[in-house]
Design a binder for this molecule. Structure first.
Ligand SMILES: [Fe+2]
Length: 644
């Protein structure tokens, strides 16, 4: 009993100490067994003990900067407009604001007013009353409701958030129910689609399609509704245009989507691909807290203007690597908001990269500390927060539990794969999305002592799932082309020669689980991966990658030199040629080309911003690569039939 009270006492003490120093409270039972040398020390703090120096490094978490909820859910009405309180006295700056026009604009955006509001000690008052008369493009004076855009910047001009909200009344004003994000088109199939959006308060809004009312399934006992809404629209006809209307309070917002053709229809269509839109330099919208909103918006606008039916985006949307979940959540919101006007119409389907990492970090005096995938995994891992931030298919592997290196077969010891690894089909094309930053420990040199997975390594269960999925699509008569997309290239060409699936030819690089290295090194695993997608399938046309902030296209066949000179392992042969295309050109700072053993196989390399547009027509696939900022054509090439 005495011991028990001491535990309670030490917990209370540690909680208050944590609160002062930015430490986090995690108890012993939450330390994943896949890690090594992480413990609760005698003083009750979680630490990483470096086995080489025996030094303890304390778990830490960055304090909250701005919470997304304070940016949009707690806005209140005033006599003349609205009041925003960021709940952070350290933030001063400017709030730009303006109305959305009250007409049927296909891609609604606010027009910022000539005057601004001061942001002082985290508080700003927006004067809507001055947007009257000739400035009232929202007709709020007549209708009593105005859709308002607001952009929050700090005293260095850094944009923190671009928001939208409905103001009700003609003075005094109040904030009623508002869709503050979305609606977004997700999981687009030939007979159904899922429409998602976020409201500023718990509610039960609905969507109308073809005169039918669709509501979200409510959780038992949740009478007030939710703020995140996912509404399934089903029993639709294939290849058909539909208008949809989101209905909330007095407001109706109408957009449209087109259902996919029935699988295997072999109609002509286009899809778009890019990755790596984390913050760029240059100021302004090139960095809206963690994301290059300027280039990403250009990407999305151009993809839609080119009649793309969907856009695949594989990793590094945001800067990420946060220790603080709220900060990661804000960065994801900024990415979604940057392309929201276009996402009203077509799906933007995302896979994870290394920057989607969310970490538990131990302060050892180095810049970032010693970091591992954040835990507890089921609620706090990078994988879980990614899954919560997007609406992706749930047909991937469960986790790495059950693999030969699983430390405890009766417990869940690994993060979930859910919504980070999956597949989907559009007409005669299948897309397989992989996660090469699962259980990711960012600094690979510390993995032998702390555990986790390296950048670029596909672990056993995911590889097995890939093998089965490839087999399934190979048998599927409706599918002509399979694309495999993964953030890290098998063959880096510019920026990542020291990692991805190469590590300068060092096959000793591999994950460590519970203090033990796994059997296969990074090069052996790369070969197993390539063997599945090239030799076990005639349908995989291309591997679509990112990570490197440039565009490269290379033809992979047996002419390629792909091993270090002293390589002792088994060397693979390709049964046919295929393409690797890397396109991390969506706004992250660029890398130039590096010289690697396979450089003579690189047919195109560019450091321009690049959107890839795949024009599919039956068995024919044509690729156009265009700079969405200047519309300059980087290249156009017929990818079939010679490569299949
Ligand atoms: Fe990356």
């Amino acid at each position: 009993m005495k011991q028990f009270s001491l535990v309670i006492l030490s917990l209370i003490i540690s909680v208050s100490l944590f609160a002062q120093s930015g430490q986090v409270e995690v108890n012993n039972s939450q330390i994943p067994s896949v890690y090594h040398n992480i413990k609760i020390n005698d003083a009750g703090f979680m630490v990483f003990i470096n086995p080489e120096t025996s030094k303890e490094a304390l778990l830490f978490e960055s304090p909250d900067f701005v919470n997304l909820s304070d940016l949009r859910n707690t806005i209140t009405g005033t006599k003349k407009g609205l009041k925003i309180d960021l709940n952070n006295e350290n933030i001063n700056g400017i709030v730009y604001f303006g109305l959305y026009a009250d007409n049927d604009v296909r891609f609604p955006q606010p027009v910022f007013f000539k005057k601004t509001a001061a942001l002082e000690k985290g508080v700003a008052k927006i004067d809507i009353a001055q947007l009257a008369g000739k400035y009232d493009i929202a007709n709020w004076e007549e209708k009593g409701v105005a859709k308002l855009g607001y952009r929050i910047t700090d005293d260095k001009g850094q944009i923190i958030y671009d928001g939208k909200i409905y103001a009700y009344g003609t003075g005094p004003f109040e904030t009623g129910l508002s869709v503050v994000e979305g609606p977004f088109i997700n999981l687009l199939g030939s007979t159904q689609v899922t429409i998602s959006f976020t409201t500023n308060m718990p509610s039960s809004p609905y969507v109308e399609v073809d005169g039918k009312k669709y509501e979200a399934k409510q959780m038992m006992g949740n009478m007030k509704g939710d703020i995140n809404h996912e509404i399934l629209i089903n029993h639709l006809a294939p290849d058909t245009d539909y208008e949809y209307t989101v209905v909330f309070d007095k407001v109706r917002e109408t957009y449209s989507f087109k259902t996919a053709p029935a699988n295997g229809s072999r109609q002509a269509f286009t899809f778009a691909y890019a990755s790596d839109s984390r913050e760029g330099k240059g100021g302004g919208e090139r960095n809206i807290h963690g994301t290059n909103a300027y280039i990403m918006k250009k990407m999305a606008a151009f993809a839609v203007a080119q009649n793309s039916t969907f856009m695949q985006f594989t990793g590094d949307m945001i800067n990420g690597y946060s220790t603080n979940t709220n900060d990661q959540v804000l960065q994801y919101a900024n990415w979604r908001r940057a392309i929201e006007p276009f996402w009203h119409y077509i799906p933007f389907i995302v896979g994870p990269g290394n920057h989607e990492s969310l970490v538990s970090a131990f302060d050892d005096g180095t810049k970032y500390g010693k970091a591992v995938d954040k835990f507890p995994f089921s609620t706090n891992s990078g994988e879980r927060v990614f899954a919560n931030s997007f609406v992706n298919p749930k047909n991937g592997p469960k986790s790495e539990d059950g693999a030969t290196y699983d430390p405890d077969e009766n417990n869940t010891d690994f993060p979930p794969y859910e919504e980070t690894v999956y597949h989907y089909v559009y007409d005669n094309v299948a897309m397989i999305v992989l996660n090469s930053n699962y259980l990711y420990t960012p600094e690979h040199s510390i993995i032998p002592m702390i555990g986790g997975n390296v950048h670029g390594y596909i672990m056993d269960n995911q590889l097995e799932w890939l093998k089965e999925t490839i087999k399934m699509f190979d048998k599927d008569k409706n599918i002509d082309h399979v694309f495999v997309t993964i953030h890290t290239p098998a063959f880096p060409n510019g920026g990542h020669a020291g990692d991805d699936m190469w590590y300068d030819g060092n096959d000793s690089i591999r994950p460590f689980i519970n203090g033990q290295p796994v059997d296969k090194g990074i090069l052996e695993r790369r070969d197993e991966f390539l063997n599945i997608i090239v030799n076990k399938s005639d349908k995989v046309l291309a591997l679509l990658c990112g990570d490197e902030h440039n565009y490269s296209r290379m033809r992979i066949d047996n002419n390629i030199s792909m091993y270090p000179d002293d390589y002792k392992g088994k060397k693979m042969k390709f049964k046919r040629s295929f393409w690797q295309m890397t396109n991390g050109s969506a706004g992250a700072p660029y890398y130039g080309q590096q010289v690697l053993p396979w450089s003579s196989s690189v047919e195109m390399f560019s450091t321009q911003y690049a959107l890839m547009l795949f024009d599919i027509e039956g068995k024919t696939v044509n690729l156009r690569v265009i700079n969405p900022d200047t519309f300059d054509v980087i290249e156009e090439i017929l990818l079939t039939p010679e490569s299949k």
